[in-house]
Design a protein around this ligand. Structure first.
Ligand SMILES: *Cc1c(COP(=O)(O)O)cnc(C)c1O
Length: 362
């Protein structure tokens, strides 16, 4: 067996070992075709089967009916920051954004270039430690849509409730927590996610869209940034990122085999609780960044008493095979990303390491 580290990188991130093994087995000869999926026509029957089952599995796992469609795009979640307003913010209309972190800020700054944006709530003043409550949301009068970021990858906060937006379409960047928990996805008109956190490799961006919402999309926009283009052609208008879609399909099948989102959620909560427990019982040695009620189960962010201890922590952890723990530069400290594919033993090993490290330094 090859050496496998416990990989806490925020993205691209760890993938299930069994998925990597399946890729390896099928790499040279995909099901007797004598070629790799990488070398296969995107118009072939076999690839259509791959992309079709990726879509079906996604809807099934998210508990969505066929009034929704799944699109496979490129350009990352970052392109969605522009694509969403380009499709759904007509001249003269306003869109409401809720600012809960650095990607949320990027999404709204991008949208501002394209139309009128109203910031309905922001937690910037508390350094993005928290998520606004329903009563903190000051929505504008009849916005075209509302945008939230369900998990704030850099600050380590997560929406624990779905805001009530009345009749206004709710849209979300779910890049770092899609498929990590049971969520009533029918509350969303559109959700998007770069695959490289919880879904697969970089290169493919998943968009989930309600068909009735799609009908409102503007028509006179360039082909490649129109959601309708991808919906009409089932993401095969041009060459999609075929290999990334294939790996994504294997990851979805792995989620299903594990027992779906209920089982995944339980395991994710268990992993996060292991780390938060060490923080909470460390008598201030470890200081969590996020407000307790808004803590992310995906990205656990914390500080140590000094920057030199933080560096020593990340270095020693890496020597023990716990990698990717350095925090984002805007928060500093440590960030442990605990996506679906990080095994429970990874979180257990990190929790033990945290206790040992603290005992050695105090
Ligand atoms: C990583 C991330 C992004 C950026 O994704 P790209 O695919 O690199 O563009 C956007 N939003 C959130 C919440 C993220 O975690």
């Amino acid at each position: 067996m090859s050496y496998r580290a416990y990989n806490f990188n925020p993205g691209p991130a760890t993938l299930p070992l069994t998925v990597l093994q399946e890729i390896q087995e099928e790499l040279l000869d995909y099901r007797g075709m004598g070629l790799s999926v990488m070398e296969m026509s995107h118009r072939s029957h076999e690839f259509e089967e791959i992309i079709g089952s990726a879509e079906a599995l996604m809807l099934e796992l998210l508990g969505l009916p066929t009034t929704y469609q799944v699109l496979f795009l490129q350009g990352g979640a970052s392109l969605q920051f522009a694509m969403l307003p380009l499709n759904f913010l007509p001249p003269g209309a306003t869109a409401d954004y809720i600012n809960t972190g650095s990607f949320a800020s990027k999404a709204l700054e991008e949208a501002k270039k394209l139309g009128d944006i109203h910031v309905a709530a922001s937690t910037k003043n508390d350094n993005f430690r928290s998520i606004p409550g329903q009563h903190d949301l000051k929505l504008s009068n009849a916005p075209a849509y509302i945008h939230i970021t369900t998990n704030n990858t850099i600050y380590g906060t997560q929406w624990k409730y779905i805001p009530d937006c009345g009749e206004t379409p709710l849209t979300a960047d779910m890049s770092s927590d899609i498929l990590s928990r049971k969520l009533d996805m029918t509350k969303f008109s559109l959700a998007y996610a770069g695959a490289q956190k919880n879904l697969g490799p970089a290169g493919v961006t998943v968009v989930i869209i309600k068909k009735s919402f799609l009908e409102n999309a503007l028509d006179n926009i360039p082909t490649m940034i129109s959601y309708k283009t991808y919906a009409k052609t089932r993401s095969l208008h041009n060459t999609p990122p075929t290999f990334s879609v294939y790996v994504l399909k294997l990851v979805l099948a792995w989620v299903k085999e594990k027992g779906g989102l209920a089982v995944i959620e339980e395991q994710n909560k268990k992993k996060a609780a292991l780390i938060y427990d060490v923080i909470d019982t460390s008598e201030g040695f470890y200081r969590g960044h996020a407000a307790k009620k808004d803590r992310s189960d995906m990205n656990v962010t914390f500080r140590l008493p000094s920057e030199s201890l933080e560096k020593a922590f990340a270095d020693e952890a890496a020597q023990k095979g716990l990698i990717g723990l350095k925090g984002h530069r805007s928060v500093g400290g440590i960030r442990a990303s605990l996506y679906n594919a990080l095994p429970l033993e990874g979180a257990e090993t990190l929790a033990e390491f945290m206790k040992d490290f603290m005992d050695g330094k105090r």
